[in-house]
Write a protein that binds this ligand. Structure first.
Ligand code: BGC
Length: 767
């Protein structure tokens, strides 16, 4: 059974009624973020029930000592952990000296709402404490898009049936541990406390990585919306500081605390100025005030939605889901800082270490490229460019030479920090995604200058890796790539994974082709790059041999490329024969059984067919899809979206829709029974792709922007916008036809169902 307590609504995520069972799931689903920092939707007040407290700051990590059963040479020394940061949201509440704790009192009319339109989290309820006191509570919280180091909370309490004492105990607590610490160690050192009138700051630094972080709070009070001043007592513990305010409140009056909080950190400020910078910010916030900050927050989100929104008419759950996905992507990454990236769980949990995976290149870049200015995608590419030296070191550690680069499967700073051999050493397909992303960016934005300026160095280093990683097989008289894991992690140490081999060949060919272009059109850059990389003709000839002689496993019987050598030795039993009680197989089966089975975790050959769809004829796409999808269990969040897109391409709209629902509501309905650990942020980009590339049929091959819109029968219409080379194009589709509106003041050329159209500025064409 999937969960179903989230109420369908177009613009918000809504939960009504308090159920302790849902607390950790909701903490993930209602998470908030602003690209710089993010946090789970933990309650501000004490909660003694099951909870997963989490607050994270982009880029702040700790190299936790590796823990593996059997050490293998080449393993990274550490597994980077995104750090659970000090808590600045805490506000303990006492009513007539009794603690408010939703797990211990009667709760009525509980409503939690994530307003996606405005980027605001609210919660309201009435509670009855053990002394019979009833209170109404309303809480508003947001992480500011305008001041990215700032978070704001307004917490209102109205006594409903009594006059009595209300105590607010706001605090900051730097004694936070990571849930996923390998050796239960505390990763922070507390350096300094500072406190003055209604403000407190704790300066701490991370062990080993020495990131300095200042966490702060500034407190104000309102009675029926008028400011009041209150005396307070300070309580200091070794890692925590709290202020204790109390006052008598009359029945029906609303007593509110405003807490301005957040973090400054040493990636953005000199360490010695962190406290001062946060003081200045919190004071500024208090001058602007809660209501104006809230309005600014809504205005900033409005701007994001102007290009990012997808409107679906006739299916409220689908509408809610796509906005949920777009919303969380924007909460995680906004593209202003090329040192940051998109962790698979964003700021919503610790699993996957908040680190960067190939998910960014394969899934997220197209989303950001189409919904934001091209510099956002460029920053994501530059992130890898700046880590090229580390990727070269990473390859050297494994025995590669001459500037060959292996980008890490998991990283925070460019170093590999995943330590399962089948992933670290074998899942090398990720290296190809780096180059595919460059190609995709240049192709979509038309910004070719990226290649001479940055891209070519990465392309050369990765081509060197593929050349060295290939082995010449005398038996086959061809080059082979041995001992890999493809995207399907349910197979390890296989030979000649089609997807990996295809990317390897394509990377070399693409690099060679662009070297020719640079030689002709960018001779200065060409010279500079040749000098820097010491590339010579002999080496290029060697690359050519590998590319021309690479082997691809193929089945004449099924007329499909095989996922790997000997794939057909497996017992070909499709997933419809797999009882629901045995799924997900990664939780129900032994690993041994998984490895021997035909079941595929996620798109593998089909990932290649998706990337290089223009290399395959329609019939061949159909054959590959029809062969592989029945064996696919979609147990990676990255799987359903690719299948949805390909299913739409081959006119299997029911399948495309089924896969769309699965990708878009993966977390809202908790398909994989793991939402309490955090959300699947990177696959959310895949959800967006399922609409735009899947149903909308958008493609961008060979400098042509094309569409082939279709619509699921369950919907009345849908529309989306894309930013393409400085133009905004709106695409609308219903059951009668489709409309394309060029909202910009430059013309745009598009192909619709293969026919060529020029859409003049500010005009619409209808078909
Ligand atoms: C998938 C990988 C992916 C990772 C992070 C794994 O389950 O198999 O392809 O990179 O999750 O999303």
């Amino acid at each position: 059974m999937n969960q179903d307590y989230i109420i369908a609504d177009e613009w918000s995520i809504l939960e009504k009624g308090f159920d302790k069972e849902n607390v950790t799931a909701s903490e993930s689903i209602f998470s908030i973020g602003n690209g710089y920092m993010g946090q789970r939707a933990n309650f501000e007040e004490t909660y003694s029930g099951e909870t997963f407290q989490g607050s994270y700051i982009g880029g702040i990590y700790y190299p936790d000592k590796t823990r593996v059963g059997w050490w293998k040479n080449g393993y990274p020394e550490y597994f980077a952990k995104v750090l659970n940061a000090p808590n600045w949201i805490g506000i303990d509440v006492k009513i007539n000296r009794r603690s408010l704790d939703l797990s211990q009192c009667k709760v009525n009319d509980f409503e939690r709402k994530l307003n996606m339109k405005g980027g605001v989290l609210t919660r309201s309820f009435t509670a009855e404490l053990s002394g019979g006191e009833q209170i109404k509570v309303c809480v508003t919280r947001f992480l500011s898009l305008n001041f990215n180091e700032l978070g704001v909370i307004k917490y209102d309490i109205t006594p409903l049936n009594f006059d009595g004492e209300i105590e607010y105990i706001p605090y900051i607590d730097a004694g936070i541990m990571n849930e996923d610490a390998n050796y239960d160690e505390f990763f922070w050192e507390i350096l300094r406390f500072e406190e003055e009138k209604n403000e407190a700051y704790i300066l701490s630094k991370t062990l080993k990585t020495e990131f300095h972080v200042c966490t702060g709070m500034k407190i104000e009070f309102l009675l029926n919306d008028y400011f009041i001043e209150l005396p307070y007592e300070t309580h200091k513990e070794d890692k925590k500081i709290a202020f204790n305010y109390k006052t008598d409140v009359k029945k029906g009056d609303t007593f509110s605390i405003c807490k301005y909080g957040g973090y400054t950190q040493s990636m953005n400020h000199p360490k010695e100025e962190l406290i001062f910078a946060l003081e200045k910010l919190l004071q500024k916030a208090s001058i602007i005030g809660f209501y104006d900050l809230l309005q600014k927050q809504k205005d900033a989100w409005k701007k994001i939605w102007e290009t990012a929104d997808v409107v679906i008419d006739g299916d409220i759950k689908a509408q809610q889901a796509i906005r949920f996905n777009i919303f969380h992507l924007n909460q995680t990454y906004l593209g202003e800082d090329s040192r940051l990236n998109i962790g698979p769980k964003g700021f919503t949990g610790e699993k996957y270490g908040g680190s960067t995976y190939w998910d960014t290149e394969a899934y997220c870049i197209p989303f950001y490229m189409s919904t934001k200015d091209k510099n956002v995608a460029k920053n994501l590419l530059l992130y890898r460019y700046h880590q090229l030296d580390k990727a070269i070191e990473n390859a050297e550690k494994l025995g590669f030479k001459n500037g060959a680069a292996l980008y890490p499967m998991v990283t925070m700073n460019g170093e590999e920090c995943h330590n399962e051999w089948e992933i670290t050493f074998e899942e090398i397909h990720r290296n190809g995604a780096m180059i595919y992303a460059i190609y995709n960016y240049v192709n979509y934005t038309g910004d070719y200058s990226y290649i001479p300026q940055y891209g070519m160095e990465v392309m050369i280093a990765v081509s060197r890796f593929w050349h060295q990683r290939a082995t010449f097989s005398k038996a086959k008289d061809q080059y082979v790539i041995l001992g890999v894991t493809g995207p399907n992690e349910y197979e390890n140490n296989i030979n000649n994974n089609f997807y990996t081999n295809y990317l390897a060949k394509w990377t070399i060919d693409y690099t060679l082709k662009n070297l020719e272009i640079l030689k002709e059109d960018y001779p200065d850059d060409f010279e500079r790059i040749i000098q820097k990389t010491h590339l010579n003709q002999l080496e290029l000839d060697e690359w050519n041999k590998v590319s021309n002689g690479l082997y691809f496993p193929y089945s004449d019987e099924y007329e499909v490329y095989l996922q790997q050598d000997n794939f057909l030795d497996k017992e070909l039993i499709s997933t419809d024969k797999l009882p629901a009680s045995e799924r997900p197989i990664n939780q129900k089966w032994s690993w041994d059984r998984i490895l021997r089975s035909v079941y595929i975790k996620q798109a593998d050959v089909l990932q290649g067919v998706y990337f290089f769809e223009n290399h395959f004829k329609q019939k061949s796409i159909e054959r590959h899809f029809n062969f592989y999808e029945p064996f696919t269990v979609h147990e990676s969040s990255l799987s359903p979206c690719v299948h949805s897109i390909l299913a739409a391409k081959i006119n299997k709209m029911n399948k495309a829709y089924e896969m769309y629902l699965r990708t878009s509501r993966l977390d809202l309905d908790d398909y994989n029974h793991e939402v309490h650990e955090g959300l699947h942020i990177t696959s959310m980009a895949g959800t967006w792709l399922s609409i735009v590339q899947g149903f909308g049929g958008m493609r961008n091959f060979n400098d042509k922007l094309s569409f082939a819109p279709q619509i699921p029968k369950e919907w009345k219409s849908y529309s989306f916008k894309i930013n393409y080379r400085g133009r905004t194009l709106k695409v609308f589709k219903d059951h009668k036809g489709c409309k394309f509106t060029n909202e910009s003041d430059k013309p745009i050329n598009i192909f619709i169902h293969g026919k060529d159209f020029k859409v003049a500025p500010k005009t619409m064409i209808e078909l």
